[in-house]
Design a protein around this ligand. Structure first.
Ligand code: FNR
Length: 349
């Protein structure tokens, strides 16, 4: 088996070990992408970050036909999920306030298996209001949020955090110690500092001492590596190099959500894109979001004829909805969205 899937009705720290996970990604971590990642070997999936306040006024609506659960804001669905992913779904919150974080977590807790706190987003949107990477230099607030979540969530909901490295080793270990002492089950470390760009290589070599430090604390907390992993094979290399219990993948999965598999799909335009579009239509995924996600997909080994890929891309950019005849023609016939969904449900259960 490429990755261990949780067998219990709820997750424990152990389920965060020996795994390969889909990272939280705003927009790119949409429901169809998460389902494809699970189908192709991801052991757990993180949802895109949702800011606590946005969740408080969301209306929860269930589609009786498909079972899709939408958390709707004033004009659109902010977060959608489906009960089949619930055993594997970690919901990520952006917060700088323990009460708001708890309220947001309570809003969604019946549809997810864990709550993760984003302590790594360096974008001004997050940091200006004290969220994301701003928490790294405000450990009192960071830890008060995790403590409140652990206290207020039922035991079957895991609480975890995703951080970045601090510039100094000592400061990083001090922060890690405080975070682990809040009672979390899992700590993901994006092996870049707040000021590093994604094109700079992740400092994976700094993780081993963090893993050993957390193991030395004896609480059984899983440490997850994040940064530059390209897929299943690479995750093995990274685990051997760092001692990390698991690995989390973002951009490689954004390009190809089957990268978790021992045999990832090679010609994504031919294989993944048509299935993805049909599944997304069945799940009533917002067309603009589907288009955005599909535009990120590309094959690492180009085996698909360039002309075919170009025709599909052109049809996609012209199409204004799932029912556009140009799009229908470009993706051709194949397994229906409902059949695709059923296959995924069978594969992941
Ligand atoms: C991200 N990342 C991110 N991180 C997070 O904690 N919450 C989020 O919502 C997002 N959103 C997001 C969107 C997109 C499009 C990208 C590319 C990235 C960061 C991501 O989870 C990860 O930490 C980094 O991308 C590093 O991992 P990779 O890409 O090197 O595997």
């Amino acid at each position: 088996r490429p990755a261990k899937k949780p067998k219990l009705s709820h997750l424990t720290s152990e389920d965060f070990k020996n795994g390969i996970f889909l990272a939280p990604m705003v927009r790119s971590g949409a429901l169809p992408t998460r389902l494809f990642a699970l189908k192709h070997g991801a052991s757990l999936v993180w949802g895109p970050e949702m800011v606590d306040k946005a969740m408080l006024h969301a209306e929860r609506v269930v589609d009786p036909l498909t079972g899709v659960i939408s958390y709707n804001g004033q004009s659109r669905a902010m977060f959608t999920t489906h009960p089949i992913e619930r055993p594997y779904l970690i919901f990520q919150i952006g917060s700088s306030d323990p009460d708001l974080a708890v309220q947001a977590a309570k809003t969604v807790m019946n549809d997810v298996s864990g709550i993760d706190l984003n302590c790594g987003c360096p974008k001004p949107f997050s940091t200006h209001s004290g969220m994301g990477a701003a928490l790294l230099t405000n450990p009192d607030v960071l830890c008060s949020i995790l403590t409140a979540l652990r206290r207020e969530m039922p035991p079957e909901i895991t609480v975890s955090a995703k951080i970045r490295l601090l510039p100094s080793r000592e400061d990083t270990l001090k922060l890690v110690e405080r975070i682990v002492n809040t009672g979390i089950s899992t700590l993901t470390v994006h092996c870049r500092t707040r000021n590093m760009r994604d094109r700079e290589p992740a400092m994976v070599e700094r993780l081993r001492e963090i893993v050993e430090f957390v193991e030395g604390m004896g609480k059984g907390v899983a440490v997850v590596e994040n940064g530059d992993c390209t897929g299943w094979e690479d995750a093995r290399r990274i685990r051997a190099l760092t001692g990390a219990h698991s690995v989390m993948v973002a951009r490689a999965a954004e390009s190809n959500p089957s990268c978790f598999s021992t045999t990832p799909l090679q010609d994504v335009e031919k294989t993944l894109v048509p299935s993805y579009i049909r599944l997304a239509e069945y799940l009533d995924n917002h067309w603009g979001l589907t288009k955005f996600c599909v535009n990120q997909f590309h094959s690492s080994h180009v085996v698909v004829r360039k002309a075919d890929a170009k025709a599909l891309r052109q049809a996609l950019s012209k199409s204004k909805s799932y029912t556009d005849p140009v799009l229908k023609e470009a993706i051709g016939d194949g397994v229906s969205g409902k059949e695709e969904f059923d296959q995924i449900a069978n594969a992941i259960e």
